[in-house]
Design a protein around this ligand. Sequence first.
Ligand SMILES: Cc1ncc(COP(=O)(O)O)c(C=O)c1O
Length: 381
Amino acid sequence: MALLADLPTPALVLDHEVMDRNLAVMARRAAAWRVALRPHVKTHKCVEIAERQRALGARGITVSTLAEARVFADHGFDDLTWAFPLVPSRLAEAQSLAERVTLRVVVDSPEAVDALEATGHPFHVWLKVDCGYHRAGVAPDGEQALLLARRLAASARLRFDGLLSHSGHAYRQGRDGAAAAEGEEVAVMSRLAGRLAGEGVEVPEVSVGSTPGLAAAGPLPNVTEIRPGNYVFHDATQIALGACGIEDCALTVLATVVSCQPGARHAVVDAGALALSKDAGPPGLGLAMGAIYRDHGGDHGRDHGRGEGRDGGGQGRAELEPELTLTSLTQEHGIVSGPLPVGRRIRILPNHSCLAAACFDTVHVAEGERVVASWKIWRQR
Ligand SMILES: Cc1ncc(COP(=O)(O)O)c(C=O)c1O
């Protein structure tokens, strides 16, 4: 059995126990709120993790690319929402996938509905709604929302699944902002569903969510489904937003100090932008380029001593170094804000775990110091 100390770096490490706890918490929350859980698997792109989510009651999964959709379909997942505005050049591929599994696509334009109608395939279709994030989606109070919903509901071929939104604006301010964003999402979606009902358009489902929004939310009236992604790992951004504590962060990047010159006030590690991404976190949160776990004398800077965690959750004395951070990243180099001996191994908490995971082909699953499994990350496009 390999030990963390034996892994070549940079390496992506998943704390099994913390992940299992995160999965269980969200599953319990969905059950308590009486909404279906359709986790977004773009966070991990890992079949073994999705299987755990399914075992905990997930109703289908959400993907962000057709490549992800195909991988999960090939591994027995047969109900997938491709939560991305329809890509016209991918329609033929989408159709061939939709012929073997339930592939639910997302539209917010008449052009996309025309293209779907033209295939003749009975696609399941969500209407994407802008719930305040202002990225994609029809304006909830505009005519387009009504026109498209009416068209989808009346289509002889297409199957109207309902309204879908993503409270991405929950990432813009702290915990109060996340609660407000989630409240806005629920209010916007309820109002539109009510307006459509008034027009005689039945809305079968309302699908919403983001990890910080759901962490700050209470029960979700009129919502039938949630699609959180990041909650499986959490990260420095979620801590800064108040969506989790350090003890809830399951994913780290293990790195080694490779250079530190005499008198230098910085060290260099072998985890740069291609191990962590260059995500600096949402503006205003003041994150460094990565946080570093305090070294309690372990081989890699993180003590997994059992029973000392804040909530007994198995993270041991998981604490961040207050003074030491990653200040900048180039492709393969990470710059640490203080001197460290060459050869020292450190554990880095990424700002954005979804992007860090997508930098690796494999995630090493750890229980304490032991690596108990290595799972594939299916990151092709
Ligand atoms: C459309 C959509 N739905 C759901 C999610 C999941 O959000 P989070 O990772 O905050 O849980 C995302 C994330 O970007 C998304 O783009």
